[in-house]
Design a protein around this ligand. Structure first.
Ligand SMILES: [Zn+2]
Length: 48
């Protein structure tokens, strides 16, 4: 088993709260682990 680099989100980069809301893991955010891994194609500036 691979050790998750973040104990808070277990490497998933997001955290689901008790009410079902999914939000980015703040620990990964401030540590700079969010780059590329979780990039959304819709946010890359593509316009129709
Ligand atoms: Zn995290």
């Amino acid at each position: 088993m691979q050790q998750p680099d973040c104990p808070k989100c277990l490497g998933k980069r997001r955290i689901m709260k008790a009410d079902g809301t999914i939000m980015p893991c703040f620990d990964c955010l401030i540590a700079g682990r969010m780059d590329q891994h979780d990039k959304n194609p819709k946010d890359s500036g593509v316009k129709i």
